[in-house]
Design a protein around this ligand. Structure first.
Ligand SMILES: [Zn+2]
Length: 416
């Protein structure tokens, strides 16, 4: 039975070259007294952009685990898949993020909605959840509206889950349901209603990724009301604990924070909420490691710095097309982007200062960082030339990848 431990970190590795450096961060956590297990995640979208295959991620992860002697669990996440994209993930993956965002808002069968509401009188009226001070007040119209919005999506997750059971066997993978890539955040009471529907559908989910309040842009800090986030995060944890007990969902069910890298201003809230409640958390990161590759190359100087500048030049030239698939999760101010000619004259230190996510550095440039975040397609097009540069500058790249994951992510979220 695959059972995800209390603390886990999603580590995306665009070019399947950093598994060892990422695992080294989990080893540092272990040495500091806390187990944080790695989950190598890569979405179908990233595989398509790069032209890679999930079996390459599996190979890299297995090799790293063997070489560094990691003997705790580790997983491979088929991130944001659905029935039409899951096929090539089946063999290499043992963690599946069932993406049902597209179905949210599509009306479910009216009879199914009615049956759901009839089955759950406990969700109507005064809903008191231990750990949440004020009870929620709902009525039948509200629960019906929530069911109308989410039931079809949950039924879709059920179809994907049953397909996976058929292919992989019951208990041989960790199921997650993700609803983060949608328009509006889900409130704690909506989350509870969704969990009731997931339990009805008999999906033993171990993680759920709601859309939280505020903006989770790629590669940069959280934008939003931190106090409100903290309150909702605590209430989501309470709603999950209540649903586990009430509906018999897996006891290790926990929140999954997608686009979780670099959200420095909410890490303390997450840490305090999980330590205060005993809950677990999965922090999903991905592109932050790709950015550390570029930082490591730039810092190494020589041909590494040249490659970093070339990636910027190309990304700058193709920014509309690169940004399009990420339009809802980036905020680039074009006026703040230096010209490639200006960047060409930069030293290693200037390049690294602009890119590294150090908000105390006046030279840090979030627009440049976000542009490079979506610029991995440029490196993919360089092919072997980029991979060779990673290999010949491995020390500098690995040092930056490990430091970023441990010092800026694992430490504040899991160690506090
Ligand atoms: Zn996501």
């Amino acid at each position: 039975m695959k059972q995800l431990p209390r603390f886990s970190i999603g580590v995306g590795d665009r070019f399947a070259h950093q598994a060892k450096a990422q695992l080294a961060a989990c080893i540092q956590a272990k040495n500091a007294g806390i187990e944080v297990v790695p989950v190598w995640n890569k979405s179908n979208r990233e595989h398509n952009i790069i032209g890679s295959d999930p079996s390459q991620t599996r190979k890299a992860a297995d090799a790293a685990v063997k070489e560094l002697g990691w003997n705790a669990p580790f997983y491979l996440d088929a991130d944001h898949i659905n029935l039409s994209t899951v096929e090539r993930f089946l063999a290499p993956c043992d963690f599946f993020t069932l993406d049902v965002a597209e179905m949210i808002g599509k009306p479910a069968d009216a009879a199914d909605v009615k049956a759901f509401v009839g089955r759950h009188p406990e969700l109507i009226g005064k809903v008191a959840i231990p750990g949440i001070t004020e009870p929620f007040h709902t009525d039948e119209a509200f629960v019906t509206a929530v069911a109308n919005k989410f039931l079809a999506a949950v039924q879709d997750a059920g179809r994907i889950y049953r397909f996976l059971v058929e292919k992989k066997g019951d208990g041989n993978f960790v199921p997650e349901v993700s609803m983060d890539e949608t328009d509006s955040p889900q409130t704690p009471v909506e989350l509870l209603i969704i969990l009731a529907a997931i339990a009805d559908e008999k999906i033993p989910i171990q993680t759920i990724a709601p859309k939280f309040t505020g903006r989770f842009n790629k590669g940069v800090d959280y934008v939003g009301d931190v106090a409100q986030f903290a309150r909702e995060f605590r209430e989501d944890i309470a709603a999950i604990a209540f649903a586990v007990q009430k509906y018999g969902l897996p006891v290790n069910l926990k929140l999954s924070v997608h686009s979780g890298s670099d959200k420095f201003s909410i890490y303390k809230s997450i840490h305090d909420a999980v330590t205060g409640s005993g809950a677990g958390v999965h922090l999903k990161t991905a592109g932050t490691t790709w950015l550390e590759e570029i930082i490591g190359l730039a810092e190494a100087g020589g041909n590494g710095l040249e490659i970093a500048k070339e990636v910027y030049r190309e990304a700058y030239g193709h920014r509309e097309e690169l940004c399009a698939p990420y339009a809802t999760v980036i905020d680039i101010d074009p006026a703040k982007l230096p010209t490639p000619e200006a960047v060409d004259s930069w030293t290693s230190e200037q390049f690294v200062s602009a890119l590294r996510h150090d908000q105390s550095n006046p030279a840090y440039n979030p627009s440049l960082r976000q542009l490079l975040h979506v610029g991995f397609k440029v490196a993919a097009k360089m092919g072997d030339r980029y991979l060779k540069a990673l290999e010949s500058n491995e020390e500098s790249v690995a040092r930056n990848v490990t430091t970023n994951l441990f010092d800026r992510h694992i430490r504040p979220v899991f160690l506090g």
